[in-house]
Design a protein around this ligand. Structure first.
Ligand code: FEO
Length: 169
């Protein structure tokens, strides 16, 4: 059975991942208004990934005979003036999630929960990929500035992203 501290920290992360899904869903709506269907696709996949991250933690808590406690999900801020601003916020958010995952790994170490430490390796690696993929889009957006044609080209590229159900743990 999982210890209380580790259990509570994992429950908090379920909430953080669901908030991430909620945040990206609000960003998806922003791009829908702009008719940028490739960005819509990118965000839609991001939402699915975050739901999978939450599910992975949920299943793990259950597997360790822990207790699931679901708290309220906070409302995302909706204050973007451009795709660039959106992706600046995505990167900031993913860097924050990375810090949360690192804190979780610290709790696993403190509580000598070797199994949880091993499980969290997947999330640590996933955050490296998440930050890299977001940084890639952000760099392109910085180069694009206000070039509408270049923005449409990027939109077409983002339309190619597909979702693969991750195998977590
Ligand atoms: Fe679940 Fe985007 O980190």
């Amino acid at each position: 059975m999982i210890n209380e501290k580790m259990n509570a920290a994992l429950n908090n992360q379920v909430n953080a991942e669901l908030y991430s899904a909620y945040l990206y869903l609000s960003m998806q709506a922003y791009f829908q208004k702009m008719n940028l269907t490739g960005f819509v696709n990118w965000m839609n996949i991001q939402v699915q990934e975050e739901m999978a991250h939450a599910r992975g933690l949920y299943d793990y808590i259950q597997e360790r005979d822990g207790e699931i406690v679901l708290e309220a999900i906070k409302k995302p801020d909706l204050k973007w003036n451009s795709p660039l601003q959106v992706f600046e916020d995505v990167l900031k958010h993913e860097q924050y999630v990375t810090s949360l995952i690192n804190n979780l790994a610290d709790v696993a170490d403190e509580t000598k929960d070797r199994a949880a430490a091993l499980f969290l390796q997947w999330y640590i690696k996933e955050q490296v990929e998440e930050e890299a993929s977001v940084s890639g889009v952000l760099e392109t957006l910085r180069m694009i500035k206000s070039d509408a044609n270049a923005l449409l080209l990027l939109d077409r590229e983002l339309a190619q992203r597909t979702f693969t159900q991750p195998v977590i743990g």
